[in-house]
Design a protein around this ligand. Structure first.
Ligand code: AMP
Length: 459
């Protein structure tokens, strides 16, 4: 197996969701690094089969019954060390792998094993004899692309002849890509397609990871144009291309859009409330001024070791400001924003994962998919909002979901300034039926009590 990896970061070109320099623009979600184990709770599944599927799929109890190539079974058992399919794998792998390889729009928790579903889909369709791109996996960020490539390479360890290319900013290809499986970010993929470095004729499978991101905001036009172009090329050959969309959340609008655009598809959706943030104790902390937000955070710090904490802010500017404010007073923390160079982002993330740093200030670049087991506290310095000012409902779930992993204890504090933030938070908690207790911002005992109530009393 040959690979073309090792991103050359010095030529980094910011990807679509890394753009934006306006201090007032919210920084965007980034399903960056994931390091979680399996999160198996998937009740409340809503399934609908493609119209032309006659016999219902049989959920797979074992990997062996999926008809996978021996080389893939070896990768699953010997390299990944998986014993049996997770629930989402049991449901979706038959849909992905059985001819005629119908499209799939699937919602699955982070950590439920969804990566394996599309990785096996790509690896089983790719013909190692044909030295042309055959599967594309498009991810909203570079970090997620790298992580998915790593999983694909591991699972494909025994797939002799299959090669992979990472298509992200900084990764340059002077000639047409001949690898079968291409994993990357939309900006760079579009660039490579435009420059005819990726031949779309043989693409048998396209995966959108974090699909709600890929079909919303700046990525929608790219995604749809790409799919249309591939379909046109495939139709000329009388062939189809399987589209696989996976996401932990789907907004109503994106869900409708996906269903209308990706036809002949099997669907699997979860009810929003099943995203399981109900175990995390959540609080509202009304504050009288911007400065008071920093005061509350400092007070939390002074309570002692809180495990790891992520403080979410809305803009890059507030991340910088809060970071220097805290640092100036001797509180150790790091920060991550979408405009940082990738090396710097990697370093900050690595330090947090390793526990060298305990507190991280982050814009929504980090709200999705980033999982560190020991995050006990999430502080929403600002209520998450869209660019329009509307509440960012799913982002709230993702942010708060950074804590309380695997049934561990967790708490989230929402610092709320003025009527606007109050209304925005109210809309979010009403939508998901989240009970919120109020805490008085300037009372240390109140904060301490709130942490204890959340089960974080060993602090
Ligand atoms: P994912 O949701 O794809 O990010 O997977 C979450 C974690 O579960 C990763 O660490 C995977 O390696 C692991 N995982 C995925 N599928 C299985 C499985 N069938 N058995 C055990 N672990 C798994």
């Amino acid at each position: 197996m040959t690979t073309r990896l090792t991103p050359r970061l010095s030529h980094h070109r910011q990807d679509a969701n890394d753009e934006g320099d306006g201090a007032e623009k919210p920084d965007e979600p980034d399903p960056a690094l994931k390091s979680e184990k399996l999160n198996e709770d998937s009740e409340g599944i809503e399934k609908k089969l493609a119209d032309d599927v006659q016999t219902p799929y049989k959920s797979a109890k074992t990997f062996k019954e999926l008809g996978l190539k021996q080389s893939l079974l070896e990768g699953i058992f010997n390299v990944m060390k998986f014993e049996k399919p997770s629930k989402i794998q049991a449901e979706t792998l038959p849909m992905i792998l059985e001819p005629p390889h119908r499209n799939l729009i699937a919602q699955a928790h982070n950590g439920s094993g969804k990566t394996t579903c599309f990785v096996l889909g790509m690896l089983s369709l790719a013909d190692p004899e044909l030295k042309q791109p055959q599967a594309l996996c498009i991810c909203p960020t570079r970090e997620l692309a790298i992580q998915n490539l790593d999983r694909t390479q591991k699972m494909g360890t025994f797939c002799t002849g299959t090669t992979y290319a990472l298509v992200v900013p900084g990764q340059n290809y002077s000639e047409g890509i001949k690898d079968q499986i291409l994993i990357g970010t939309p900006g760079r993929m579009a660039d490579m397609v435009r420059r005819r470095k990726i031949n779309l004729e043989h693409i048998r499978c396209v995966v959108f990871d974090e699909a709600d991101d890929m079909l919303s905001r700046g990525f929608r036009d790219f995604s749809i144009t790409l799919l249309n172009e591939i379909d046109k090329k495939r139709e000329k050959k009388g062939k189809e291309c399987q589209k696989i969309l996976f996401s932990a959340t789907f907004s109503e609008e994106v869900r409708e859009f996906a269903i209308s655009k990706i036809t002949k598809a099997n669907h699997i959706f979860l009810r929003a409330i099943d995203l399981k943030i109900d175990l995390i104790k959540q609080y509202r902390v009304p504050v009288p001024s911007k400065e008071a937000k920093a005061e509350v955070i400092k007070m939390i710090f002074e309570l002692g070791d809180l495990g790891q904490t992520i403080i979410f802010v809305r803009t890059k500017e507030s991340a910088r400001k809060l970071h220097s404010q805290l640092a100036n007073e001797g509180h150790k923390c790091t920060s991550i924003t979408g405009d940082m160079q990738p090396q710097e982002r990697d370093r900050v993330i690595k330090e947090f994962i390793e526990g060298t740093t305990r507190t991280m200030i982050a814009t929504d670049v980090l709200s999705r998919g980033f999982d560190v087991d020991n995050v006990t506290l999430v502080v929403n310095h600002d209520v998450p909002t869209e660019r329009s000012g509307n509440p960012a409902y799913e982002t709230y779930l993702h942010r708060v979901g950074r804590t309380g992993r695997f049934g561990r204890k967790g708490a989230a504090f929402n610092l709320v300034l003025g009527n606007t933030e109050n209304v925005q938070l109210g809309a979010i908690t009403k939508k998901y039926n989240i009970p919120l207790d109020d805490i008085q911002w300037d009372k240390e005992e109140a904060i301490l009590e709130a942490l204890e109530k959340a089960g974080l009393s060993a602090l």
